[in-house]
Design a binder for this molecule. Structure first.
Ligand code: NAG
Ligand code: NAG
Ligand code: NAG
Length: 336
Protein backbone atom coordinates (compact mmCIF):
# COMPACT_ATOMS: atom_id res chain seq x y z
CA UNK A 1 0.00 0.00 0.00
CA UNK A 2 1.40 3.12 -1.06
CA UNK A 3 0.03 5.08 1.78
CA UNK A 4 2.45 6.14 4.38
CA UNK A 5 3.38 9.08 6.44
CA UNK A 6 5.52 11.65 4.81
CA UNK A 7 9.03 11.50 6.12
CA UNK A 8 9.93 15.09 6.70
CA UNK A 9 13.35 15.19 5.29
CA UNK A 10 15.26 18.36 5.65
CA UNK A 11 13.50 21.66 5.60
CA UNK A 12 12.47 21.61 2.03
CA UNK A 13 9.07 20.61 1.13
CA UNK A 14 8.98 16.89 1.00
CA UNK A 15 9.80 16.40 -2.49
CA UNK A 16 11.32 13.14 -2.92
CA UNK A 17 11.07 9.66 -1.81
CA UNK A 18 10.36 6.60 -3.55
CA UNK A 19 7.95 4.47 -5.11
CA UNK A 20 8.44 2.06 -7.78
CA UNK A 21 11.32 0.47 -8.98
CA UNK A 22 12.14 -2.10 -11.03
CA UNK A 23 11.80 -5.60 -11.09
CA UNK A 24 10.41 -8.33 -13.15
CA UNK A 25 10.54 -11.62 -14.76
CA UNK A 26 8.65 -14.53 -16.10
CA UNK A 27 6.38 -17.35 -16.55
CA UNK A 28 6.07 -20.72 -15.00
CA UNK A 29 3.73 -23.04 -16.69
CA UNK A 30 0.37 -22.94 -15.02
CA UNK A 31 0.91 -26.40 -13.75
CA UNK A 32 4.15 -25.42 -12.11
CA UNK A 33 2.50 -22.40 -10.59
CA UNK A 34 -0.28 -24.50 -9.24
CA UNK A 35 2.08 -27.00 -7.71
CA UNK A 36 4.25 -24.33 -6.17
CA UNK A 37 1.20 -22.71 -4.75
CA UNK A 38 0.16 -25.92 -3.11
CA UNK A 39 3.58 -26.37 -1.67
CA UNK A 40 3.71 -22.90 -0.16
CA UNK A 41 0.33 -23.37 1.37
CA UNK A 42 1.53 -26.22 3.49
CA UNK A 43 4.09 -24.11 5.24
CA UNK A 44 4.66 -25.74 8.57
CA UNK A 45 6.73 -24.10 11.25
CA UNK A 46 9.02 -27.12 11.20
CA UNK A 47 9.90 -26.23 7.64
CA UNK A 48 10.52 -22.65 8.64
CA UNK A 49 12.90 -23.57 11.37
CA UNK A 50 15.04 -25.72 9.15
CA UNK A 51 15.09 -23.40 6.16
CA UNK A 52 18.32 -21.61 7.10
CA UNK A 53 20.19 -24.85 7.00
CA UNK A 54 19.13 -25.66 3.48
CA UNK A 55 22.12 -25.17 1.30
CA UNK A 56 21.07 -23.97 -2.08
CA UNK A 57 23.20 -23.32 -5.08
CA UNK A 58 20.86 -23.51 -8.02
CA UNK A 59 19.81 -20.39 -9.91
CA UNK A 60 18.83 -17.62 -7.53
CA UNK A 61 15.38 -16.08 -7.69
CA UNK A 62 14.05 -12.69 -6.80
CA UNK A 63 10.79 -12.94 -4.86
CA UNK A 64 8.42 -10.12 -5.80
CA UNK A 65 6.12 -9.53 -2.85
CA UNK A 66 3.02 -7.50 -3.58
CA UNK A 67 1.14 -5.91 -0.72
CA UNK A 68 -2.17 -5.13 -2.40
CA UNK A 69 -5.51 -3.76 -1.29
CA UNK A 70 -7.39 -5.98 -3.75
CA UNK A 71 -6.42 -6.42 -7.38
CA UNK A 72 -3.22 -5.19 -9.00
CA UNK A 73 -4.28 -2.34 -11.29
CA UNK A 74 -0.87 -2.24 -12.96
CA UNK A 75 -0.75 -5.99 -13.64
CA UNK A 76 -0.35 -5.46 -17.39
CA UNK A 77 2.89 -3.51 -16.85
CA UNK A 78 4.25 -6.19 -14.59
CA UNK A 79 3.12 -8.75 -17.15
CA UNK A 80 5.44 -7.27 -19.76
CA UNK A 81 8.19 -6.99 -17.19
CA UNK A 82 7.99 -10.71 -16.36
CA UNK A 83 7.48 -11.73 -19.95
CA UNK A 84 11.15 -11.31 -20.83
CA UNK A 85 12.47 -12.91 -17.66
CA UNK A 86 13.61 -16.50 -17.17
CA UNK A 87 11.05 -18.46 -15.20
CA UNK A 88 13.65 -19.87 -12.87
CA UNK A 89 14.78 -16.35 -11.89
CA UNK A 90 11.75 -15.07 -10.04
CA UNK A 91 8.72 -15.87 -7.97
CA UNK A 92 5.63 -13.85 -7.09
CA UNK A 93 3.61 -13.67 -3.90
CA UNK A 94 0.61 -11.45 -3.26
CA UNK A 95 -0.97 -10.45 0.00
CA UNK A 96 -4.42 -9.14 -0.81
CA UNK A 97 -7.76 -8.85 0.95
CA UNK A 98 -8.69 -12.22 2.49
CA UNK A 99 -10.61 -14.31 0.00
CA UNK A 100 -9.65 -12.25 -3.03
CA UNK A 101 -8.62 -14.54 -5.87
CA UNK A 102 -6.19 -13.76 -8.68
CA UNK A 103 -7.40 -15.55 -11.78
CA UNK A 104 -8.41 -14.76 -15.36
CA UNK A 105 -11.36 -12.73 -14.07
CA UNK A 106 -9.40 -10.46 -11.79
CA UNK A 107 -6.01 -10.00 -13.45
CA UNK A 108 -4.76 -9.45 -16.96
CA UNK A 109 -1.45 -11.17 -16.29
CA UNK A 110 -1.08 -14.93 -16.00
CA UNK A 111 1.94 -14.46 -13.77
CA UNK A 112 -0.39 -13.52 -10.93
CA UNK A 113 -2.83 -16.42 -11.20
CA UNK A 114 -3.11 -18.23 -7.90
CA UNK A 115 -0.25 -16.29 -6.33
CA UNK A 116 -2.18 -14.81 -3.40
CA UNK A 117 -1.42 -16.10 0.08
CA UNK A 118 -4.11 -18.31 1.48
CA UNK A 119 -3.49 -17.02 5.00
CA UNK A 120 -3.81 -13.30 4.29
CA UNK A 121 -5.30 -10.99 6.90
CA UNK A 122 -7.31 -7.77 6.94
CA UNK A 123 -4.85 -4.89 6.79
CA UNK A 124 -5.49 -1.39 8.13
CA UNK A 125 -3.29 1.50 7.10
CA UNK A 126 -1.02 2.70 9.88
CA UNK A 127 -1.65 -0.40 11.99
CA UNK A 128 0.57 -3.34 12.85
CA UNK A 129 -1.53 -5.54 10.57
CA UNK A 130 0.50 -3.95 7.77
CA UNK A 131 3.75 -5.40 9.09
CA UNK A 132 2.03 -8.68 9.93
CA UNK A 133 1.13 -8.92 6.23
CA UNK A 134 4.72 -8.18 5.21
CA UNK A 135 5.91 -10.95 7.48
CA UNK A 136 3.42 -13.39 5.93
CA UNK A 137 4.76 -12.56 2.48
CA UNK A 138 8.36 -13.05 3.57
CA UNK A 139 7.51 -16.27 5.33
CA UNK A 140 5.84 -17.74 2.25
CA UNK A 141 8.71 -16.69 0.00
CA UNK A 142 11.33 -18.15 2.35
CA UNK A 143 9.84 -21.61 1.84
CA UNK A 144 11.54 -21.71 -1.54
CA UNK A 145 15.30 -21.87 -0.98
CA UNK A 146 15.86 -20.45 -4.47
CA UNK A 147 14.49 -17.09 -3.34
CA UNK A 148 17.55 -15.04 -2.47
CA UNK A 149 16.26 -11.47 -2.76
CA UNK A 150 12.92 -10.22 -1.48
CA UNK A 151 11.35 -7.10 -2.92
CA UNK A 152 8.35 -5.57 -1.19
CA UNK A 153 6.01 -3.71 -3.55
CA UNK A 154 2.69 -1.93 -3.30
CA UNK A 155 -0.17 -2.22 -5.75
CA UNK A 156 0.88 1.20 -7.08
CA UNK A 157 4.45 0.26 -7.93
CA UNK A 158 5.63 -0.19 -11.47
CA UNK A 159 9.00 -1.37 -12.70
CA UNK A 160 11.02 1.37 -14.34
CA UNK A 161 13.91 -0.86 -15.40
CA UNK A 162 13.72 -4.15 -17.24
CA UNK A 163 14.05 -7.51 -15.60
CA UNK A 164 17.64 -8.30 -16.44
CA UNK A 165 18.74 -4.89 -15.19
CA UNK A 166 16.92 -5.39 -11.91
CA UNK A 167 18.13 -8.95 -11.56
CA UNK A 168 21.76 -8.02 -12.06
CA UNK A 169 21.47 -4.99 -9.80
CA UNK A 170 20.01 -6.90 -6.89
CA UNK A 171 22.18 -9.98 -7.23
CA UNK A 172 25.33 -7.89 -7.49
CA UNK A 173 24.70 -6.48 -4.03
CA UNK A 174 25.30 -8.63 -0.96
CA UNK A 175 23.33 -6.03 1.03
CA UNK A 176 19.69 -5.27 1.64
CA UNK A 177 18.31 -1.93 0.48
CA UNK A 178 16.54 -0.46 3.49
CA UNK A 179 15.99 3.25 3.92
CA UNK A 180 16.82 3.73 7.59
CA UNK A 181 17.67 6.83 9.53
CA UNK A 182 17.14 8.85 12.69
CA UNK A 183 14.40 11.44 12.35
CA UNK A 184 15.25 14.95 13.52
CA UNK A 185 11.59 15.57 14.28
CA UNK A 186 11.13 12.22 15.92
CA UNK A 187 7.93 11.93 17.94
CA UNK A 188 6.81 8.43 17.26
CA UNK A 189 8.88 6.46 19.72
CA UNK A 190 6.72 5.38 22.62
CA UNK A 191 8.74 5.24 25.87
CA UNK A 192 6.67 2.23 26.89
CA UNK A 193 8.60 0.21 24.33
CA UNK A 194 11.63 0.51 26.56
CA UNK A 195 13.57 -1.48 27.63
CA UNK A 196 12.78 -4.05 24.90
CA UNK A 197 13.34 -1.39 22.27
CA UNK A 198 15.76 1.26 23.51
CA UNK A 199 15.26 4.74 22.07
CA UNK A 200 18.77 4.67 20.63
CA UNK A 201 17.77 1.87 18.26
CA UNK A 202 14.63 3.55 16.99
CA UNK A 203 14.76 4.10 13.22
CA UNK A 204 12.58 5.46 10.49
CA UNK A 205 12.49 4.75 6.77
CA UNK A 206 10.49 3.90 3.71
CA UNK A 207 8.28 0.82 3.90
CA UNK A 208 9.52 -0.33 0.50
CA UNK A 209 12.46 -2.58 1.15
CA UNK A 210 14.58 -5.11 -0.72
CA UNK A 211 16.13 -7.79 1.46
CA UNK A 212 18.74 -10.46 1.25
CA UNK A 213 17.62 -13.85 2.50
CA UNK A 214 19.29 -13.66 5.88
CA UNK A 215 17.57 -10.41 6.74
CA UNK A 216 14.21 -11.75 5.59
CA UNK A 217 14.74 -14.62 8.05
CA UNK A 218 15.51 -12.23 10.88
CA UNK A 219 12.16 -10.53 10.27
CA UNK A 220 10.11 -13.70 10.04
CA UNK A 221 11.80 -15.25 13.08
CA UNK A 222 11.36 -12.17 15.26
CA UNK A 223 9.24 -12.99 18.26
CA UNK A 224 10.38 -10.15 20.48
CA UNK A 225 10.13 -6.83 18.67
CA UNK A 226 6.94 -7.48 16.74
CA UNK A 227 4.75 -7.98 19.84
CA UNK A 228 6.05 -4.69 21.25
CA UNK A 229 5.11 -2.90 18.05
CA UNK A 230 1.71 -4.50 18.14
CA UNK A 231 1.11 -3.23 21.62
CA UNK A 232 2.70 0.22 21.60
CA UNK A 233 3.18 1.36 18.02
CA UNK A 234 -0.26 2.42 16.83
CA UNK A 235 -1.90 4.97 14.71
CA UNK A 236 -3.64 7.74 16.60
CA UNK A 237 -7.30 7.54 15.60
CA UNK A 238 -9.10 10.53 14.12
CA UNK A 239 -11.27 12.60 16.48
CA UNK A 240 -14.67 11.03 16.64
CA UNK A 241 -17.50 13.01 18.22
CA UNK A 242 -19.35 9.82 19.09
CA UNK A 243 -16.52 8.76 21.35
CA UNK A 244 -16.86 11.80 23.61
CA UNK A 245 -14.42 11.79 26.48
CA UNK A 246 -12.77 8.65 25.25
CA UNK A 247 -11.17 10.87 22.59
CA UNK A 248 -8.94 12.49 25.21
CA UNK A 249 -7.36 9.17 25.93
CA UNK A 250 -7.10 8.14 22.30
CA UNK A 251 -5.50 11.42 21.28
CA UNK A 252 -2.73 10.91 23.80
CA UNK A 253 -1.67 7.86 21.90
CA UNK A 254 1.53 8.18 19.91
CA UNK A 255 1.06 8.32 16.21
CA UNK A 256 3.41 5.56 15.30
CA UNK A 257 2.92 4.11 11.81
CA UNK A 258 4.67 0.75 12.29
CA UNK A 259 5.49 0.15 8.64
CA UNK A 260 7.94 3.05 8.67
CA UNK A 261 9.79 1.80 11.73
CA UNK A 262 9.54 -1.91 12.29
CA UNK A 263 12.04 -3.40 9.85
CA UNK A 264 14.49 -0.55 10.32
CA UNK A 265 14.38 -0.77 14.11
CA UNK A 266 14.55 -4.57 14.15
CA UNK A 267 17.61 -4.61 11.88
CA UNK A 268 19.27 -1.92 14.01
CA UNK A 269 18.60 -3.99 17.13
CA UNK A 270 20.02 -7.05 15.41
CA UNK A 271 23.24 -5.12 14.71
CA UNK A 272 22.76 -5.56 10.98
CA UNK A 273 22.93 -1.97 9.83
CA UNK A 274 26.41 -2.56 8.49
CA UNK A 275 24.85 -4.93 5.96
CA UNK A 276 22.43 -2.39 4.54
CA UNK A 277 22.44 0.07 1.70
CA UNK A 278 20.48 2.68 3.58
CA UNK A 279 18.19 3.66 0.75
CA UNK A 280 15.10 2.30 -0.90
CA UNK A 281 14.92 1.32 -4.55
CA UNK A 282 11.43 2.66 -4.84
CA UNK A 283 10.92 6.19 -6.12
CA UNK A 284 8.17 8.39 -4.69
CA UNK A 285 7.44 12.10 -4.77
CA UNK A 286 6.38 13.75 -1.54
CA UNK A 287 6.70 17.38 -2.52
CA UNK A 288 3.01 17.99 -2.95
CA UNK A 289 1.89 21.56 -2.54
CA UNK A 290 -0.54 20.61 0.21
CA UNK A 291 0.47 20.78 3.83
CA UNK A 292 -0.28 19.03 7.10
CA UNK A 293 -2.13 15.77 7.06
CA UNK A 294 -2.77 16.07 3.37
CA UNK A 295 0.76 14.99 3.07
CA UNK A 296 0.25 11.53 4.47
CA UNK A 297 0.51 10.16 0.95
CA UNK A 298 2.87 10.74 -1.93
CA UNK A 299 1.97 11.78 -5.44
CA UNK A 300 0.04 9.23 -7.47
CA UNK A 301 1.42 9.13 -10.97
CA UNK A 302 -1.27 9.02 -13.61
CA UNK A 303 -1.37 8.40 -17.31
CA UNK A 304 -0.74 12.11 -17.83
CA UNK A 305 2.39 12.37 -15.70
CA UNK A 306 3.98 8.97 -16.20
CA UNK A 307 4.82 9.04 -19.87
CA UNK A 308 8.15 7.92 -21.33
CA UNK A 309 9.66 11.38 -20.81
CA UNK A 310 8.76 11.51 -17.11
CA UNK A 311 10.06 8.02 -16.53
CA UNK A 312 13.27 8.95 -18.26
CA UNK A 313 13.58 11.93 -15.92
CA UNK A 314 13.09 9.73 -12.87
CA UNK A 315 15.82 7.40 -14.10
CA UNK A 316 18.39 10.17 -14.40
CA UNK A 317 17.74 11.61 -10.96
CA UNK A 318 20.95 11.48 -9.00
CA UNK A 319 19.82 9.25 -6.18
CA UNK A 320 23.05 9.65 -4.29
CA UNK A 321 21.83 13.15 -3.43
CA UNK A 322 18.91 11.81 -1.52
CA UNK A 323 20.68 9.44 0.70
CA UNK A 324 23.26 11.17 2.68
CA UNK A 325 23.09 9.88 6.19
CA UNK A 326 25.19 11.92 8.56
CA UNK A 327 25.48 10.94 12.22
CA UNK A 328 22.53 8.65 11.56
CA UNK A 329 20.30 11.50 10.42
CA UNK A 330 19.17 11.70 6.86
CA UNK A 331 19.92 14.91 5.08
CA UNK A 332 19.24 16.02 1.62
CA UNK A 333 21.97 18.15 0.18
CA UNK A 334 21.15 18.37 -3.46
CA UNK A 335 18.51 20.76 -4.53
CA UNK A 336 16.94 19.76 -7.76
C1 NAG B 1 17.58 -3.70 -20.09
O1 NAG B 1 17.92 -2.38 -19.73
C2 NAG B 1 19.30 -2.11 -19.85
C3 NAG B 1 19.58 -0.73 -19.25
O2 NAG B 1 18.47 0.10 -19.24
C4 NAG B 1 19.71 -2.23 -21.33
O3 NAG B 1 21.08 -1.96 -21.47
C5 NAG B 1 19.40 -3.65 -21.80
O4 NAG B 1 19.67 -3.78 -23.17
C6 NAG B 1 17.94 -4.02 -21.53
N1 NAG B 1 17.75 -5.45 -21.76
C7 NAG B 1 16.71 -5.96 -22.38
C8 NAG B 1 16.66 -7.44 -22.50
O5 NAG B 1 15.82 -5.25 -22.83
C1 NAG C 1 18.66 -15.59 -14.80
O1 NAG C 1 19.64 -16.02 -13.90
C2 NAG C 1 20.89 -16.41 -14.47
C3 NAG C 1 21.80 -16.83 -13.34
O2 NAG C 1 21.16 -17.71 -12.48
C4 NAG C 1 21.49 -15.25 -15.23
O3 NAG C 1 22.69 -15.67 -15.86
C5 NAG C 1 20.49 -14.71 -16.26
O4 NAG C 1 21.00 -13.58 -16.87
C6 NAG C 1 19.18 -14.38 -15.58
N1 NAG C 1 18.20 -13.98 -16.57
C7 NAG C 1 17.69 -12.75 -16.67
C8 NAG C 1 16.69 -12.49 -17.76
O5 NAG C 1 18.01 -11.84 -15.92
C1 NAG D 1 8.39 17.89 -7.09
O1 NAG D 1 9.63 17.39 -7.56
C2 NAG D 1 9.61 17.00 -8.90
C3 NAG D 1 10.95 16.30 -9.20
O2 NAG D 1 12.04 16.98 -8.71
C4 NAG D 1 9.35 18.22 -9.78
O3 NAG D 1 9.34 17.85 -11.14
C5 NAG D 1 7.99 18.81 -9.38
O4 NAG D 1 7.73 20.00 -10.11
C6 NAG D 1 7.94 19.12 -7.90
N1 NAG D 1 6.56 19.49 -7.53
C7 NAG D 1 6.27 20.47 -6.67
C8 NAG D 1 4.81 20.69 -6.36
O5 NAG D 1 7.11 21.16 -6.14
Amino acid sequence: MTKKAAPKVGRHVLWFSWKLVTFFCIAFSLVALFRLHLRYDISSSAVSRTRSRIHYDGPAKIAFLFLARRELPLDFLWGSFFEIADVENFSIFIHSAPGFVFDELTTRSKFFYGRQLSNSIQVAWGESSMIAAERLLLEAALEDPANQRFVLLSDSCVPIYNFSYVYKYLMASPRSFVDSFLDRKESRYNPKMSPTIPKGKWRKGSQWITLIRRHAEVIVDDEIIFPVFKKFCKRRPALDARKGKMNMKLQKQHNCIPDEHYVQTLLAMSELEGELERRTLTYTQWNLSTTGNQNWHPLTFSYANAGPQQIKEIKVVDFSCFYIVKDGYQDEYCDI
